[in-house]
Design a protein around this ligand. Structure first.
Ligand code: GAP
Length: 444
């Protein structure tokens, strides 16, 4: 993890938030490469979950949430972790993370045994709407994106005229006042979710749970996460939410252990029923064919954007060896991102920066490729060093403009370039005019 965290900072994937003021614990900023990686992930999720399907539509709900919504969902009363204070060192600790010696609970920081009773600590961030500070002005930063989907179920159903089964998808920020944010971005206080609420008839629930589990595993494979590091945990009934008839956790083998990336849960009709009860509004569905009116059930694949980004980074990190300028083998750090999610798809290099004709041609290639993909122009330093810089951030392709390109080594090579593959380090000679089709065909 140390190598990964250091690379993330050094190359501009992830920075600690408010770093110059000492940092804000559990909050992270994504740098120039991190934001590209994250956007590629979110766009691909949106593509396969919403745009490629006839049965899913999107929503972008507000972050500020009416307390009544979160009272109905159970978050106000039960979204808590049991907390203990150490009276010796004043640390606030999660009750399930205390250490134990000879059967006596201890503070893991100072070893103190003078601990308070466990008390529930609500994980939601509360804020105040408007100028007055009375309880009626309380609002919450949403702890999950799902609730606005349930609350808007009727509106979306009316405007989209979808028939069951159908889904509503959302990508957005969520906030949890985690007691112990840890493992880099894995457990953060501000994070993003990609959630789908897939509504169905009650008798379809269990089959759709199995269906969505398969779809979601396929998604992780399609973004390049190795199948062997993905695991499925069939959550036992005793550990599931009481209303869930089945939940699978999709886990990834992070360097710090096997941890949850996504939950795929069959939540029955619990959420819609809670909002019907609390709001008094009908959130049911009328089946035109059977003339039945009922409250739909829901299967929810709920993934974390930040955790998936972290899994992508961990999975891509590799070290192999490559020759340096003098042909001596050296260690190469290479991020083997799938081209689909790689922050930069193609780097463009003029062989020499002080040859005007090479630079002009390279700028032409940059302009040609720019409408098709995220490209990066680099003319600084020896070419081997430039390749290495791109390997380290996972750029899958590199195009070099050399003297052959200018026609100086024979007319037949004029307007051709070398196309280098990050993983094999092999180079092939291709015509500039073919690049806008050739590179995208290797990305998809
Ligand atoms: N709507 C269901 C729900 O929110 P969850 O298991 O609490 O379920 C879903 O969260 C996903 O959100 C998790 O699998 C994880 O990827 C992500 N997530 C949850 N808490 C997180 C945190 N503190 N930091 C980063 N990601 C988190």
């Amino acid at each position: 993890m140390e190598k990964i965290v250091s690379l993330c900072k050094r190359r501009g994937f992830i920075f600690q938030s408010s770093e110059i003021y000492g940092g804000l614990n559990g909050v992270w900023d994504y740098g120039p490469l991190g934001v590209e990686l994250k956007n590629n992930l979110k766009q691909y999720w949106w593509q396969v979950t919403v745009r490629d399907r006839d049965d899913v539509v999107g929503l972008d709900g507000a972050i500020l949430t009416h307390p009544a919504v979160l009272e109905a969902s159970g978050h106000v009363d039960t979204f808590t972790d049991p907390m203990v204070d150490c009276r010796t060192c004043k640390a606030r600790l999660r009750a399930d993370q205390l250490s134990e010696k000879n059967g006596v609970k201890q503070c893991p920081n100072c070893g103190g045994k003078d601990l308070t009773e466990a008390r529930p600590f609500n994980l939601m961030f509360q804020t105040q709407m408007g100028a007055s500070a009375d309880p009626a002005s309380i609002a919450y930063l949403r702890p999950e994106t799902a609730q606005s989907i349930f609350v808007q179920f009727k509106n979306v159903l009316d405007v989209s005229r979808k028939k069951l089964p159908f889904g509503i998808a959302q990508i957005g920020k969520a906030f949890r006042n985690e007691i112990n944010p840890r493992n880099f971005t894995f457990r953060s206080r501000e994070f993003e979710q990609m959630e789908l609420e897939y509504f169905c008839r009650p008798e379809q629930g269990m089959d759709l749970l199995a269906y969505w589990l398969k779809e979601r595993i396929r998604f992780y494979e399609e973004i390049g996460i190795s199948r062997k590091r993905l695991h499925v945990l069939d959550v036992p009934e005793t550990e599931r939410a009481f209303y869930s008839k089945g939940t699978f956790d999709i886990e990834y083998e992070f360097p710090f252990g096997r941890q949850e990336l996504e939950g795929v849960a069959y939540r029955t009709d619990y959420d819609l029923q809670q909002h019907i009860k609390a709001s008094g509004k009908p959130l049911d569905y009328f089946d035109e064919e059977t003339k039945e009116r009922f409250v739909p059930h829901v299967v929810e694949p709920s993934a974390g954007v930040d955790r998936t980004v972290l899994a992508l980074i961990c999975d891509a990190y590799d070290e192999d060896s490559a020759p340096d300028e003098k042909g001596k083998m050296e260690t190469r750090i290479v991020m083997r991102f799938h081209p689909r999610v790689a922050p930069i798809k193609c780097a463009i290099f003029p062989l020499l920066r002080n040859k005007e004709a090479l630079v002009a041609k390279a700028r032409e290639v940059q302009a040609l490729l720019r409408p098709h993909m995220n490209v990066f122009y680099d003319e600084g330093g020896a070419i081997g060093r430039r390749y290495r810089r791109q390997d380290e951030i996972g750029t899958p392709f590199g195009v070099t403009i050399d003297f052959e390109t200018l026609g100086e080594k024979g007319e037949e090579l004029r307007d051709t370039v070398t196309l280098r593959d990050r993983d094999s380090m092999k180079q092939e000679r291709v015509a500039i005019k073919d690049l806008p089709q050739l590179i995208p065909s290797k990305i998809r």
